[in-house]
Design a protein around this ligand. Structure first.
Ligand SMILES: *Cc1c(COP(=O)(O)O)cnc(C)c1O
Length: 365
């Protein structure tokens, strides 16, 4: 029997009636783009995060980042600090705004390392893309101090960390602006693409809204050159249902993480490091070993589905590797660890018995 990395069908069956009626509700009103469900979800998501943030639904998490960075109006030739270890969307959004990416190495927790970050600040640096990777949370109070000291804007990329907290405060509420993805496999996922931009700065969020809605807040009144990036009604209605389950799913992920810590403590694997001030939502459970490829092949032969997040750190992808500016900004930890990291099955779909089977399989290698 296969132990799945992700099982969205199982999740659907547990809330089938609610999801089906949410979808029917949207079809009955034909509010396919924008409309009541989107407004209600934006409101509920803002309440979920707290701290007075407001939310704007967009088409996906990559657009959310791209639009949020555009709305910052950074000067030409600005440098933006981006972690080397993240999904490529975090860096693409910078390049697509014609700005310069400077890669920052990761520390033992795979998040951006603050001393490397500081060493890469130049007079051209204007912003930081702060990625809360794997469901973990960056030390945002410290990062905001650094940002203040060097006058940098901060965009939080929360695509993997819906509900994660640092000292009881949710990620996405610290920076100038934050973005979320509702890609189906995320902790809070739609049945298609979806994304959100959140901010306490209402003028900044209004600029995001204009950019995402063809340059205007009122139909056919185009004040600037914008684009189309909107959350659709069916996705919003589904996400409203799923938001009601998010906390319980994140709690289950924490229970599974605890089982992995206890079960794998005596192995040679390097287990994830999470700051005691963080409430982690475990989007991924990433372990490290120099025998990664052997472990992965063995687990897969035992029916345990694993993942690599990510097979290559961004500076080593074809898209970036030959760029001069990448060579000027070394990221040695990310370069080595890309060969050693392995994502074990993680998600609320897993039964205790399945987690135990994963642990047993790891111990057999
Ligand atoms: C998934 C993800 C994104 C992009 O979100 P999409 O909705 O797939 O466009 C951005 N950043 C990170 C860290 C992600 O994991």
């Amino acid at each position: 029997m296969v132990i799945k990395f992700l099982d969205l069908h199982k999740q659907y069956l547990r809330m089938k009636n609610e999801i089906d009626s949410a979808i029917s509700r949207v079809i009955a009103t034909s509010s396919f783009v924008g409309g009541e469900e989107v407004l209600a979800f934006e409101r509920e998501f803002s309440e979920f995060l707290g701290e007075g943030v407001k939310s704007l639904g967009v088409a996906n998490g990559s657009d959310a980042l791209e639009i949020a960075i555009e709305a910052l109006n950074l000067p030409k030739n600005s440098e933006v600090l981006v972690p080397a270890n993240t999904f490529i969307a975090s860096a693409e959004a910078v390049i697509r705004n014609s700005l310069k990416v400077v890669f920052v190495d990761c520390g033992e927790n795979y998040l951006m390392d603050f001393s490397d970050l500081k060493s890469k600040i130049t007079p051209q640096t204007r912003a930081i893309v702060a990625v809360h990777l794997y469901g973990n949370a960056l030390d945002m109070p410290t990062l905001m101090e650094i940002a203040k000291e060097y006058n940098l804007r901060v965009v939080e990329d929360c695509a993997q960390s819906h509900g994660a907290e640092f000292l009881g405060r949710k990620v996405g509420t610290f920076g100038d602006v934050a973005t979320f993805s509702f890609y189906p496999g995320k902790n809070l996922g739609a049945y298609g693409d979806g994304g959100m931009i959140v901010s306490r700065d209402s003028r900044l969020l209004e600029r995001c809204r204009k950019i995402a809605h063809h340059g205007g807040l009122v139909k056919y009144q185009h004040e600037i050159i914008g684009r189309n990036s909107r959350l659709d009604g069916i996705q919003a209605a589904i996400l409203r249902v799923k938001l009601g389950y998010l906390e319980s799913w994140n709690t289950r992920r924490r229970e599974i993480a605890k089982m992995y810590y206890e079960g794998l403590a005596t192995t040679s694997l390097v287990l994830p490091k999470v700051d005691s001030r963080v409430s982690c939502v475990w989007h991924l459970f990433v372990v490290r070993t120099s025998k990664r490829d052997r472990l992965k092949a063995f687990l897969e032969s035992k029916g345990v589905q694993c993942g690599l997040h990510y097979p290559k750190a961004l500076p080593n992808t074809l898209a970036f590797k030959d760029k001069e500016y990448v060579k000027e900004s070394p990221t040695p930890n990310a370069d080595v660890w890309q060969e050693e990291i392995l994502s074990l099955p993680m998600g609320e779909h897993l039964e205790d018995g399945e987690v135990k089977r994963v642990i047993l399989a790891v111990k057999c290698v």
